[in-house]
Design a protein around this ligand. Structure first.
Ligand code: NAD
Length: 260
């Protein structure tokens, strides 16, 4: 119960990596907030955590909306008393060559991944600083925080940007006991990735099996997907790591696809 008495808000926690992360943080004793656009799934995840003996609430949040984010963080503090851990995880993917991206698609990607990280950070820091409890901010980066891949210009740009944000928050937050780090997964079989397999197959003129074997997992040490549980474990480790020894860092969990 490393996170007993802590309050953790996870964005994009109604599915995939965010959902498993919220479940893991709850297992370790945290009260968790399932923040997502998809309120129906968010409610279902929160109810299931409660049914299993954990503490959880769902809040409706579009991370690109300053009003939604501020309201969700205020609701968290009002109902659960604090915010100690922020996992900025909500994200989407759009795959196509640079020259085919519209400006609207580019802006939407940067808004979800970067504006969302900024807005949730700003709203959470206010409470982490004022309460004197400090906290841990964890951004969901990607191997694409360090590497480029074809067809993913705005995603790669945004995921690289999170490294910069984490470094600044680590420096500014240190005096207030706030740490900021980035978790960088390789490919994890979530709905976000399932959708990409046929899209990449079409764009690259390959079979879906070839996309998995020769694009997604080509550079791993063992040809295996990273799992939601792998990533939830890394996030839980960072959430419970209480000193500034580990801040401003990125941890890559990708079956060796990218080695730092
Ligand atoms: P997912 O599609 O399973 O879940 C994403 C969740 O985010 C969904 O519940 C969705 O409703 C929510 N969401 C989308 N836009 C939102 C918004 N504007 N406001 C609030 N919630 C929103 O995807 P996933 O694979 O679990 O991805 C989670 C994060 O992990 C993303 O940031 C993604 O870039 C990152 N990531 C995923 C992989 C992978 O292989 N799956 C690899 C590296 C990084």
């Amino acid at each position: 119960m490393a996170l007993k008495d802590k309050v953790a808000l996870v964005t994009g926690a109604a599915s995939g990596i965010g959902e498993q992360t919220a479940r893991k943080l709850a297992e370790q004793g945290a009260a968790v907030v399932i923040a997502d656009l998809n309120m129906q799934n968010a409610q279902a995840v929160a109810s299931d955590i409660v049914a299993k003996g954990g503490k959880a609430i769902a809040v409706s949040m579009d991370v690109t909306s300053e009003n939604d984010v501020n309201a969700g963080i205020e609701e968290t503090v009002a109902k659960l008393g604090a915010i100690d851990v922020l996992v900025s995880n909500a994200g989407i993917q759009i795959v196509k060559p640079v020259e085919e991206f519209s400006l609207d698609e580019w802006k939407r990607m940067l808004a979800i991944h970067l504006d969302g990280a900024f807005l949730t950070t700003k709203a959470a820091l206010k409470h982490m600083y004022q309460s004197g409890r400090g906290g841990s901010i964890i951004y969901m980066g990607s191997v694409h925080s360090h590497e480029g891949s074809k067809l993913k210009a705005p995603y790669v740009t945004a995921k690289h940007g999170l490294l910069g944000l984490a470094k600044v928050v680590a420096k500014e937050g240190a005096a207030h006991k706030v740490r900021a780090n980035v978790v960088c997964p390789g490919f994890v079989r979530t709905p976000l990735v399932e959708k990409q397999i046929p899209e990449q197959a079409k764009a690259l003129g390959m079979s879906e099996a070839d996309v998995v074997k020769n694009v997604m997992l080509k550079d791993t040490v063992d040809g295996e997907f990273t799992t939601v549980d792998d990533i939830a474990n890394v996030v839980a480790f960072l959430a419970g790591f209480e000193t500034n020894a580990l801040t401003g860092q990125s941890i890559v969990a990708s079956h060796g696809w990218f080695m730092q």
